[in-house]
Design a binder for this molecule. Structure first.
Ligand code: ZN
Length: 493
């Protein structure tokens, strides 16, 4: 689906090189003011911050901030290509909220060209650069970001028969990219692109607003460009840059690597391992789930990532526990990577069990418009059934008991419910402790406080845990190993 969209997008944008109908006056004036006709490529550099979308401490908090020491954006408008290189920096403590723990410098390179997107992931200093990692799910977002840059917006408006209307402070310019993606921007009285809005598909919040605000336009060596760029997604900033320099028409040659062009999406795979009678650990990808058999139904913990994964997890749960409906889906916490299949769970008819702080957010999620990439719930429109938990929740059928405990003093998220099966002495938890590949490998320093919090909560709640089933990583683990990673070795039980 996304590949097809990409093709449509690139095709429509190829029109930029052909003369089209006379553009509206405001677009033409902005084109003159921003030097659009002479700009084929553009590079802008700066610094600021990027933010971990979907990883806020509670659904009402902004996305956690990470310092960007340097940012280099390189665009080739003629080939519809963009490369962004960010040098991120972290001290010894992660910001409040989620995001993959790291420390020191982290170089992140994100590229889009036509239908293809890929990343060049961080490496240790001095190591050989890793192979490009295909990122097909990011192609649309990055392509729209390219056409949302001030000069890109004017080019796209000229190529896509933009319509205009007068608004306070300027002219609103609207058009559709690739026949599918709406873009709306405001050109101010100085003929500068001040704000661009577009919408992309997101599995949880649906048609998600991406808004970019440009301010402090300056003459950067002959080209007018904003000195500040603030991009927000779903209402909170995701990128905040102060621009230091802009270069017009540098060489920007971005070619799609063969390995990216020919990459096939990895099939969604769900594997199951029986942890105890009727308790199944569902793995096979980067985010795991737990299926628990009750007398006449199934309790499922976490439907992560996407509708596709959620459907596969649901199918596997029904395969290993045949003949029973999924009556409850527990969501461990509201972070988007673990919540991606929540709408699928609502469509399945399950009652969503979650911390009380997520009620309003999930009410919104259940009803949010999903027109760009309609999912099952968009068609069924089933209402949200929700059961909220405070410090502790219990699900029981009279025989088996499933306890849900809110972690305290846990900076990763304010709503983390870990799942404890007292009879089986099993604890399932995402994110607090993802055991290293070998027990002697230390955790990255910024991950240690989360392991400490989990260990301290197990002690505080006096949970008798034999097996920890983490939702990241390759295997189950023990409190002794958790204690070692948390630096609490000698007191481990
Ligand atoms: Zn998380």
């Amino acid at each position: 689906m996304r590949r097809f969209i990409g093709v449509a997008l690139a095709y429509a944008l190829a029109l930029t090189s052909a003369p089209s109908a006379q553009p509206p006056d405001a677009v033409k004036a902005a084109g003159d003011a921003l030097g659009v006709a002479k700009i084929k490529t553009l590079q802008f550099t700066g610094s600021g911050a990027n933010f971990s979308i979907g990883q806020n401490f509670t659904p009402k908090d902004p996305w956690p901030r990470v310092t960007v020491k340097s940012y280099i954006g390189s665009i080739n408008y003629d080939t519809a290509s963009m490369r962004q290189e960010l040098l991120r920096e972290m001290g010894t403590v992660m910001p409040r909220g989620g995001g993959a723990p790291f420390t020191g410098d982290q170089r992140v390179i994100q590229v889009v060209s036509g239908n293809y997107a890929w990343n060049i992931n961080a490496t240790a200093p001095g190591a050989a650069p890793p192979a490009p990692a295909p990122a097909p799910g990011n192609a649309v977002e990055r392509m729209l970001a390219l056409w949302a840059t001030p000069q890109g917006f004017v080019k796209a408006a000229m190529a896509n028969n933009a319509t205009t209307k007068k608004v306070k402070g300027g002219t609103e310019v609207s058009f559709t990219v690739g026949g599918k993606y709406k873009m709306t921007g405001v050109i101010n009285a100085q003929n500068q692109v001040e704000r661009v809005q577009t919408w992309i598909d997101q599995p949880i919040v649906g048609d998600m607003l991406v808004e970019t605000v440009y301010s402090g336009y300056q003459d950067f060596g002959g080209v007018m460009f904003p000195s500040r760029i603030v991009q927000s997604q779903d209402g909170y900033p995701t990128l905040d840059l102060t621009i230091a320099a802009v270069t017009v028409n540098p060489a920007v040659d971005i070619t799609v690597p063969d390995t990216v062009r020919t990459a096939q999406p990895a099939p969604v795979r769900v594997e199951s391992a029986k942890l105890a009678d009727g308790v199944f650990y569902l793995t096979g990808g980067s985010h795991h789930s737990l299926a628990i058999e009750m007398k006449d139904h199934i309790v499922l913990v976490d439907v992560p990532q996407t509708e596709e994964r959620a459907l596969a997890v649901i199918a596997k749960a029904k395969e290993v526990i045949p003949g029973k409906p999924i009556r409850y889906v527990v969501t461990s916490h509201h972070h988007w990577d673990h919540l991606g299949g929540i709408r699928t769970a609502i469509d399945e008819g399950a009652t969503i069990v979650t911390h009380v702080s997520n009620r309003e957010f999930l009410q919104r999620v259940a009803k949010t418009p999903h027109t760009i990439n309609p999912d099952r719930l968009a068609a069924s429109k089933k209402p949200l059934k929700i059961q909220t938990v405070g410090a502790k929740g219990v699900l029981t059928d009279g025989t088996r008991t499933v306890e849900l405990h809110l972690l305290t003093n846990y900076e990763h998220t304010g709503d983390m419910l870990v799942v404890y099966l007292p009879k089986e002495k099993i604890l399932a938890e995402p994110d607090a402790y993802s055991p290293p590949a070998t027990p002697t490998t230390p955790l990255v320093i910024t991950a240690i406080p989360y392991a400490v919090a989990l260990y301290d909560n197990i002690q505080r709640l006096k949970l008798d845990v034999q097996t920890i089933a983490p939702f990241h990583g390759a295997k189950t683990t023990t409190v002794a190993e958790l204690a070692r990673s948390a630096g609490k070795g000698s007191t481990a039980n």
